[in-house]
Ligand binder design. Structure first.
Ligand code: PEP
Ligand code: MG
Length: 572
């Protein structure tokens, strides 16, 4: 029966396809006594054979999608599957104790995992994680339940999930993943940002999604309105096919602006930049007319692998981006791990409030070797293009000074080693914590630039988790409190002759752009797919006119008032 569900519009566009539920199956089983061990061992070997076939395919797919180094994790899993030291004791246990394969597998793998996990050696700890992944896959096959393999999808589907982690999403093949819908999340959760980077439609924060929809249900995603339609009628499918064509046509028309300058109707020039997460994204940034990379989220290079990338590997990836961008600036943000971005191989203590915990620059200052390696790789790559560096989650001037000090020390070391680097790199910060916005006047004397990270600035100012759909009504980009802070930051930068950009998703929002233009924002950095729309909008707006409205807008009482005021301005 046709059903409509609503959520948060996370990425524009229309998709029509069958659903694919991405969920961890229940792997519960009972211990059983068996009387035919040969048969049980054969069952076990069949599950291993099927798992190996799957892993071979995933490995090939990952090599093509994300590269051989990153695919190495699946090679490690294949080695576990063929390791006689693990397989031998399992078959022996089935034979000697006359127990079912599920139980023998669980017992033996648990024993190895405990031994490895207790070793004071990161490499061995990673092996424990590999065994667990492989064990779960084989167990699923023994139990006959579906084990989710996002990397193996080879037909056009719409993914349904409770939530998507960055490590799920790095496996996506956009050729097949037509769009996705999640139960958790908001417009600025990482899965939503990724959907915009891949230019696939997505709706997030759909309550009761997983309880309402099963596998292989025909589904329409309307990523413009934030709506999904399950089991649509023929008429609805026809209607949405037309809307999909209209959407594509609008996109094609905007493509004419690819090489046009970003200037307002009264001649004020701004910079429109793209946010990227990997060297792969540069192509789409340039195709969408990006004049710079305003945010390179380097932490994604640390994900979907089983150990930290080496200095050399990082150097290659940063250089690839810089070379592709040529003279155009690239702002690389140093590692921003924590919050919803975890590394499987970095065992951090569980925190009650990870978004308020040891993340980003806090973690880097706590683990200086990790940070120094990244700074060195960035510095070395700087000879290949126009690099700027910024630190995430700066809350105090002390943090900035410490991070800058490490940066200067790495510069000095390279100089004594005669390794070339650009010694004029601008070093800035993200302003995404209210304390820093409020102190922007003092920061502006020491940093080279600001990039306002509204995704986090809004959540910390409003105390409303950006991932939590239950408080999404409080996650208000247009709340005057946010706009006043944005003004403080831009004014503080300009007073010291510095520039201010914005790399939060707000920079590309239709109603935010006129306000930000009026406030004098210099650089707008957003998902590549929003750039051309924004360029078109800016060309129709007058900066002087918007400036005149700034005081009135900042004096409004609510986010709703602001949206109404600006809607009327742009409709005129
Ligand atoms: C932000 O917080 O606005 C931002 C751009 O960083 P991220 O979305 O990666 O947290
Ligand atoms: Mg942030």
């Amino acid at each position: 029966m046709t059903a409509e569900l609503y959520g948060i519009a996370a990425s524009d566009g229309i998709a029509i396809a069958k659903t694919y539920r991405l969920e961890s199956p229940s792997l519960e089983f009972d211990k059983k006594s068996i009387d035919d061990p040969a048969l049980e061992i054969e069952r076990f070997h069949t599950a291993i054979a099927v798992s190996s076939e799957e892993l071979e395919l995933i490995k090939d797919q990952a090599e093509m999608q994300i590269g051989p180094k990153e695919a190495a994790i699946f090679g490690a899993h294949l080695m576990v599957l063929s390791d006689p030291e693990l397989i031998g004791p399992i078959t022996e246990k089935i034979e000697n104790d006359l127990v079912n394969a599920e139980f023998a597998l669980h017992e033996v793998s648990d024993m190895f995992m405990n031994i490895f996990a207790s070793m004071d050696n990161d490499y061995m700890k990673e092996r424990a994680a590999d065994i667990k992944d492989v064990r779960n896959r084989v167990l699923a096959h023994l139990l006959g339940v579906k084990f989710p393999n996002p990397g193996l999808i080879s037909e056009k589907v719409i993914l349904l999930a409770d939530d998507l982690t960055p490590s799920d999403t790095v496996q996506f093949n956009p050729e097949f993943i037509q769009g996705f819908v999640t139960e958790i999340g908001g417009r600025t959760s990482h899965s939503a940002i990724l959907a915009r980077t891949l230019e696939i439609p997505a709706v997030v924060g759909v309550k009761k999604l997983m309880a309402s929809l099963s596998d292989e249900t025909m589904l329409i995603i309307d990523g413009i309105e934030g709506k999904i339609i399950a089991d649509p009628t023929e008429e609805q499918i026809e209607l949405y096919k037309k809307r999909k064509i209209d959407f594509e046509d609008r996109k094609t028309a905007l493509a004419a602006l690819k090489d046009a300058p970003s200037v307002s109707a009264d001649g004020f020039k701004v910079e429109l930049a793209a946010n990227i997460g990997s060297p792969k994204d540069v192509k789409s940034a340039l195709e969408n007319g990006a004049e710079a990379i305003g945010l390179f989220r380097t932490e994604f290079l640390y994900m979907g692998r089983d150990s930290f990338p080496t200095e050399e590997q990082q150097f290659e990836m940063y250089s690839e981006v810089l070379k592709a961008m040529g003279d155009k600036p690239t702002v690389a943000r140093t590692l921003d791990i924590g919050g919803d971005k975890e590394l499987s191989y970095l065992d951090l203590p569980k925190e009650l409030n990870p978004f308020l915990g040891l993340r980003a620059i806090r973690l880097c200052l706590e683990m200086p070797d990790l940070f120094r390696t990244q700074l060195r790789a960035l510095l070395r790559s700087s000879v290949h293009g126009n690099l700027k560096i910024m630190f995430p989650m700066i809350a105090t001037l002390d943090e900035f000074r410490q991070a800058k000090q490490l940066f200067l020390e790495e510069q000095e070391k390279l100089a004594t080693e005669n390794i070339p680097f650009n010694n004029n790199i601008e070093v800035g910060i993200m302003v995404e914590i209210p304390s820093t916005a409020v102190m922007a006047d003092l920061f502006a004397k020491e940093v080279d630039f600001f990039s306002i990270g509204t995704n986090d600035l809004i959540q910390y100012t409003m105390a409303a988790d950006r991932m939590n759909e239950n408080v999404s009504h409080l996650y208000q980009p247009f709340n005057p409190a946010i706009l006043r802070m944005v003004k403080m930051v831009i004014d503080a930068a300009h007073k010291e002759g510095k520039w201010a950009g914005m790399c939060g998703e707000m920079a590309g929002e239709e109603l935010a752009v006129p306000i930000l233009l009026g406030l004098g924002l210099d650089e707008f950095s957003m998902s590549a797919s929003s750039i051309l729309k924004t360029r078109s909008m800016i060309s129709s707006l007058s900066k002087a006119e918007m400036e005149k409205h700034t005081d009135s807008i900042l004096a409004l009482a609510t986010a709703e008032d602001v949206k109404n005021y600006v809607s009327q301005l742009v409709d005129k």
